[in-house]
Write a protein that binds this ligand. Structure first.
Ligand code: AMP
Ligand code: MG
Length: 472
């Protein structure tokens, strides 16, 4: 076997790791393999395509001594607390050390029931796993921190949803799978030694500078606040709607995780919700920074015992750290919008950014193509109120916008809902023909890509009707 796995998580935090083999895939068939990522991880792509390699990718052929584990975590789901969630249909196979010497989790999604499965079948269907592959790799190409997709393997097992669907396993790679919910689970156990070990493990893996701070747990918290403020600003700038920002779906690393009912905005509308189960709009586009801040408050609560012996004092310093979220987010958002509009960092730029946002909110153009058209000089065609546009445009032009910066910043191709859906629907019927061109388009998001013009166009039907479903 050409792979060496380590088990730092399971060794250092055994209370959070339930050893469990992956379910046997009756007829595994490789649907997608990420060769550049395999190379980054030091894995031989040619071997991964062999029978043994494919069996490795679904967890059925593991290196001698490997110990796959289901990870325990808790979480607030749509604001309601569940003390015991955990990997119901996933396993951490182990960690590999990548070409840069960093630990990366190799994780399986759809690998069978675990003791955390509750009523679930432990399985995943081809469509949603390919969807995570496409969207997470698009996010990576956009420079947005994210878990990655190494492979999708069809298992040969049928999964019963509303209709019978082909089953699949996603082989996911992450800098770790530590979540806000991991800390909530540990805090509820009231075991100070375990909490300290979790903090030490998180610091070593993600924010090593925090180890030298006067209060390492507080420094860890500050680092997560900063990473999440930057992350959510990056989402917002490209119109990404995560859809299910529960505390179990928010990482300590600052990587985007768990692509379920996610989608990209087309017509710009702050209230946009795609998820069928988010009827209250809790995780609407414009609410995402607030949801992140709320989740971070939950993380902060778990760390109080390690921050200060005096609880009131601990609450005070953690609250102060949390207050760093808003200015950090605002700075990332403002700088991001200046770059999108090619503007220099001068006081007048703020007014022009605000004007652009007002225009977006009143005109609802397709976010992605509007800013691309702005650099191309054709944005006027995207609005109805030409007078308002012209007035704003003159103020924008007066600041000497740098078109090269705009072209480097604004993606031409994002995973548009109707094109992703088209590729996944075909895949359900065994037709993978749409997958490669879609992946090629969204993993080269910037500049012209001959032959990929349709991937730069909004849905002909408008995006309003698009709905995504959880429980995938
Ligand atoms: P998610 O909404 O994907 O973040 O998952 C929330 C929780 O439900 C996690 O504990 C998952 O492991 C669990 N879960 C989701 N789908 C299934 C399934 N088909 N079988 C077992 N557990 C599941
Ligand atoms: Mg999840």
């Amino acid at each position: 076997m050409a792979v060496t796995l380590t088990h730092h998580f399971a060794d250092e935090l055994p209370e959070l790791a339930l050893e469990r083999p992956a379910a046997e895939a009756p007829a595994p068939r490789l649907l997608a393999l990420n060769q550049p990522l395999a190379a980054e991880l030091g894995l031989d792509a040619a071997w991964l395509r062999t029978d043994e390699g494919v069996r490795f990718l679904v967890g059925n052929a593991v290196p001698v001594g490997a110990r796959p584990v289901a990870q325990a975590y808790a979480g607030h789901q749509f604001g309601g607390y569940s003390p015991r969630l955990g990997d119901g249909r996933a396993l951490l196979l182990g960690e590999v050390t990548d070409a840069e010497g960093r630990l990366r989790d190799v994780h399986l999604k759809g690998s069978g029931r675990t003791p955390f499965a509750r009523g679930g079948d432990g399985l995943a269907a081809v469509g949603p796993m390919l969807r995570e592959y496409v969207v997470s790799e698009a996010m990576h190409a956009l420079g947005i921190p994210t878990t990655r997709a190494l492979a999708v393997v069809a298992t040969g097992r049928t999964v019963q949803r509303d209709t019978p669907l082909p089953g699949a396993v996603l082989t996911r790679v992450a800098s770790s799978h530590l979540r806000v919910g991991t800390f909530q689970y540990v805090r509820a156990l009231d075991d100070p030694d375990l909490l300290q070990r979790l903090v030490d493990h998180a610091i070593a893996r993600h924010h090593p500078h925090a180890a030298d701070a006067e209060r390492p747990a507080l420094a860890l918290f500050e680092a997560v606040v900063a990473a999440q403020a930057d992350l959510v600003a990056r989402w917002m700038l490209v119109g990404f709607v995560h859809g299910v920002m529960n505390t179990d779906n928010m990482t300590i690393s600052g990587e985007t995780i768990d692509y379920g009912p996610c989608a990209f905005l087309e017509a710009f509308d702050p209230a946009t919700v795609f998820s069928s189960i988010d009827s209250g709009g809790r995780y609407a586009y414009a609410n995402q920074p607030l949801a992140a801040e709320w989740n971070l408050a939950r993380l902060g609560e778990t760390l109080l015992p390690l921050v200060h012996d005096d609880e009131a004092k601990a609450v005070e310093v953690v609250t102060t750290a949390l207050e760093g979220f808003r200015p950090r987010y605002a700075a990332a958002w403002d700088a991001g919008w200046r770059a999108k509009l090619g503007l220099p960092d001068v006081p007048e730029a703020q007014d022009v950014v605000d004007g652009a946002l007002t225009l977006l909110q009143t005109e609802h153009p397709d976010l992605t193509s509007f800013v691309v058209a702005l650099a191309d000089g054709t944005a006027r065609d995207h609005v109805v109120d030409r007078e308002a546009f012209d007035a704003w445009h003159a103020r924008w032009q007066a600041l000497g916008p740098d078109v090269a910066t705009m072209r480097r910043t604004n993606p031409v191709r994002v995973p548009r809902n109707h094109l992703v859906q088209e590729a996944l629907d075909a895949a359900d019927d065994g037709d993978l023909a749409h997958l490669a061109p879609l992946l090629q388009a969204v993993t080269s998001p910037y500049g012209d890509l001959p032959g990929a013009e349709r991937y730069a166009e909004p849905s002909p039907d408008g995006a309003d009707a698009f709905v995504t479903y959880c429980g995938t």
